[in-house]
Ligand binder design. Structure first.
Ligand code: FAD
Length: 309
């Protein structure tokens, strides 16, 4: 059995694995894809101390760093069920989709999240070429340009306010007749001179010249198609944590995020979590890496407090 078994090999999982191995713990890592969302990222300019890099490059560096330690990597595998230990200090079980069951004294869940997509033509083709999901990450790439934000909930309106301070012009599109964001955010948004708010505007297509985005088409309340010329589209219709498989095992919030305390402990003793899959706010690489380290140190603390067998 492992001392620490980490599920998910994005930045949070990689960091947890390195911290656990450095404590001399018997560490396992269930890795379906090293780098996680970082693999889907083009330019990264906010991972502190690395001025700029690219997703696949940073992912390869994360993997090489983990492989330089004594970590047992269970590659190409996904977890499908967690069986919590029957007694404190007992072994937890993790069932893999392959049918195998792994056992460990502590588990760290770092299964991350994925952005809900519009599912319209052009979205996939122009991903990272004008279609973006993270204003903190990609906003500065659109300095002075025209962008749209699809989604009128809190995250869409926050993104539009954020982007309005950087880009030339923002068009916010909401498919129903009203924005769903908190009133204070809506008031702030409507006070900004370079923002247009469109309701009853259903994004139907993202257009480009083959290499980058140059426009967006939406179906208006009049039932007609309208085109907006722009350089970027931020899709803000929800970040979905990869936690479906944990639904009946530990406490999640209404968004499906794993509830963690300030040590990364979940509602199940000996099971910790870190990164985008958790309730920790602001989903960023630098935060996932920090939280991953914290969860491994918390697992270590938990293990040294277990009664000697
Ligand atoms: P993830 O990166 O999501 O990794 C989780 C891993 O777990 C994945 O490999 C997943 O496949 C795996 N997994 C899921 N379920 C299971 C399972 N059941 N069993 C086993 N494995 C499983 N952040 C920045 O700081 N700067 C940026 O510039 C930036 N740009 C971004 C651009 C894009 C397009 C996207 C999508 C995100 C961007 N982010 C950026 C956000 C950043 O990538 C995430 O905050 C970060 O990757 C979260 O790390 P994580 O380890 O928590 O989760």
């Amino acid at each position: 059995a492992f001392d620490v078994l980490i599920i998910g090999s994005g930045p949070a999982g990689a960091s947890a694995a390195i911290y656990a191995a450095r404590k001399g713990l018997r560490t396992g890592l269930v890795a379906d894809r090293f780098g996680g969302q970082v693999m889907d990222t083009a330019g990264i300019e906010n991972f502190i101390s690395i001025k700029e890099t690219e997703g696949p490059k940073l992912s390869a560096q994360l993997e090489a760093h983990v492989r330089s330690y004594d970590v047992e990597i269970i590659s190409g595998q996904r977890a499908k069920e967690l069986f919590p230990a029957a007694r404190p200090g007992g072994l937890h079980g993790i069932a893999l989709e392959s049918g195998a069951i792994l056992h460990s004294r502590t588990v760290i869940l770092t299964t991350g999240a994925h952005w809900r997509q519009l599912g319209v033509p052009g979205e996939e083709q122009y991903r990272t070429k004008g279609v973006a999901y993270c204003p903190h990450c990609d906003g500065p790439f659109y300095k002075g340009k025209r962008v749209a934000v699809a989604g009128g909930g809190n995250s869409g309106v926050e993104a539009a306010i954020d982007l309005a301070g950087i880009v030339g012009h923002v068009t916010l599109l909401q498919r129903s007749s009203k924005l769903k964001a908190d009133k204070v955010l809506q008031d702030k948004l409507r006070s900004l001179p370079n923002v247009t708010v469109l309701t009853e505007a259903l994004t139907t297509r993202i257009e480009g010249d083959g290499s980058k985005v140059n426009g967006l088409t939406y179906r208006g309340g009049d039932g007609k198609d309208h085109r907006i010329d722009l350089e970027g589209v931020f899709v803000q219709i929800g970040l979905l944590p990869n936690t479906e498989w944990l639904r009946n095992t530990l406490a999640l919030n209404d968004f499906g995020e794993i509830k963690v305390d300030d040590h990364g402990a979940t509602s199940v003793p000996g099971v910790f979590a870190a990164g985008d899959a958790t309730t920790t706010p602001y989903k960023q690489i630098v935060i996932a890496v920090g939280e991953g380290a914290k969860s491994a140190l918390s697992a270590f603390d938990y293990l040294i407090r277990l009664p000697a067998e």
